[in-house]
Ligand binder design. Structure first.
Ligand code: NAD
Ligand code: MN
Length: 475
């Protein structure tokens, strides 16, 4: 763990093992922190806050730029580590390192644009001045699926705003977190400004984060179930909260779309990170006129996606995070089958050629999906593309909106009016229009309804870490 500028063990000396999800091999161990360690980390962040908050935006920007540069310099070892610990193919790990580093550069630039306002009054002898100040100590909890970029997406704006922080990474991917903290340490981050608490047992740490009055903000990325509980605990103490949660993205192929192009896009998007992405499409609505071409294309492409150890050449999908994830995916596919769906490709776990040592499920297409099936409502977080045929364009937006989630949605169309109507009608935070990668450090990312509160990235991303202070001035 990294507390007050030092790499330290858990106070009780406990450790836990980290395994490679493709092979089951133990690849390292980490301190198994407890509430006592979380308190120690908050002590350090709290002590460092006044001085860090008083640094100039220019010096904070320089530090973030140096951390960005180090991530670039170490891109290859970082990507190798990510593949070993999280499982995604090496090419995807390289992309994530670049995407993750980009948040540091973006928020280095944004740091210098934290400004105030000079405001008019209804009284001629009065002026108002508003300024932005750091919220204070931030507690961050991050997931395993994007084990580096989900850290930098929080650390970049928190540090740019002048906040200190304590971070608890997912128990599956603490080594990736450690590697990111090493970049900051080597960039010269002052002691106590960033603190890392690793643990195999997150709940007591979450309790400390949400109950310690010195913590002013909680930022969480993970499941809706956990985010809801943590946001409620934080709310009881009036901590500021942003939570990026699950999704159930619709992917609409309109009659005026090119079905082959759309099927290629759907394949590229769905199997990214083995489907373990909160913006992964979970309901693919295809107009009946396009059914044959779309299904033929996606089935042919999925049949060619090679599953295996992400460190090997030519691998398109890696393992799932653990056995529970494999069981969840299998249960959804089995439920769809039992309710009349077809599975033209995949639909089983993979065990041959040594894959039984890891957590592999075959890239799968399910057709004939209906609202009676679990997969229609429950997030899959696995490599399964569920296809639903529809007949009427004027109904499909309502179908797409029929979810408690509201993170990402995708539309394929060649008609500008269809695209704009869809964007306006869909209740989601992120809409991809003929675009399977609607994300960037420069763009606000986040969801509506059960997909969370707040936005990360973009100009909006730093607002979550800033307070507004107003001075009324009588002349
Ligand atoms: P999870 O909620 O179990 O875990 C996420 C984090 O929360 C981990 O660090 C974990 O250790 C921690 N955690 C779990 N229980 C906790 C508790 N009781 N108290 C404090 N911390 C706790 O989620 P998961 O199953 O590991 O990850 C997958 C989920 O994350 C999916 O639902 C996915 O959609 C979501 N996700 C969302 C985004 C986004 O940006 N919206 C990004 C990535 C993942
Ligand atoms: Mn979990």
């Amino acid at each position: 763990m990294f507390i007050n500028g030092n790499w330290v063990d858990a106070a009780n000396g406990a450790t836990f093992e980290i395994t490679n999800p493709a092979t089951g091999d133990v690849i390292g161990e980490c301190p198994d922190g407890t509430a006592a360690d979380a308190i120690r980390a908050i002590d350090a962040a709290h002590a460092a806050q006044p001085q860090w908050g008083a640094t100039t935006a220019f010096s904070r920007a320089d530090l973030l730029m140096e951390a960005w540069r180090l991530m670039g310099e170490r891109a290859e070892p970082l990507a190798q580590l990510m593949t070993k610990e999280q499982g995604k193919p090496l090419k995807a790990s390289r992309n994530e390192v670049a995407y993750g580093a980009d948040f540091l550069r973006w928020f280095a630039e944004e740091a210098r644009r934290i400004t105030g306002q000079w405001l008019p009054s209804s009284r001629p002898d009065q002026r108002f001045l508003s300024v932005r100040t750091p919220v204070g100590v931030v507690a961050a909890i991050t997931p395993w699926n994007y084990p580096m970029s989900m850290l930098t997406r929080k650390m970049g704006p928190a540090l740019a705003a002048g906040c200190t922080l304590v971070l608890k990474p997912a128990e599956a991917t603490p080594l990736c977190a450690k590697a990111i903290f090493e970049c900051f340490h080597d960039a010269g981050i002052p002691d106590g400004v960033i603190n890392l608490v690793t643990t195999a047992n997150p709940e007591p740490i979450g309790d400390v984060f949400t109950s310690d009055p010195r913590v002013k903000k909680l930022t969480f990325t993970g499941s809706t179930a956990v985010g809801r509980v943590l946001a409620a605990k934080a709310g009881a103490n009036l901590q500021r909260v942003s939570v990026e949660l699950g999704g159930h993205a619709p992917f609409i192929v309109f009659p005026d779309a090119d079905p082959e192009h759309a099927a290629k896009g759907a394949t590229a998007l769905k199997f990214l990170n083995s489907g373990q992405a909160c913006i992964s499409p979970n309901r693919i609505y295809v107009h009946r006129d396009h059914a044959d071409v779309f299904i033929e294309t996606i089935v042919a492409r999925v049949a060619n996606v090679k599953a295996g150890n992400g460190a090997d050449d030519g691998i398109g999908v890696g393992p799932l995070v653990n056995e529970a994830a494999v069981a969840k995916v299998a249960a959804q596919v089995d439920d769809a089958r039992a309710n009349g769906a077809d599975v033209p490709v995949g639909g089983h776990r993979l065990t041959e050629h040594g894959l039984d040592r890891g957590h592999f499920y075959a890239p799968t297409v399910v057709t004939g999906v209906t609202s009676a099936m679990t997969i229609y409502r429950e997030e899959t977080f696995g490599p399964v593309a569920p296809i639903i045929l529809y007949d009427h364009v004027d109904e499909v937006i309502d179908l797409a909106n029929d979810t408690n989630y509201g993170l990402a949605a995708y539309v394929y169309t060649r008609d500008l009016s269809t695209a704009i109507r869809a964007m306006e009608g869909l209740r989601f935070g992120i809409i991809g229009i003929n675009d399977v990668n609607p994300t960037s450090a420069a763009a606000p990312f986040g969801g509506m309804n059960d997909s969370g509160l707040g936005r990360e990235g973009g100009h909006e991303g730093i607002d979550e870490y800033l307070e507004t202070k107003l001075a009324g001035i009588a002349l």
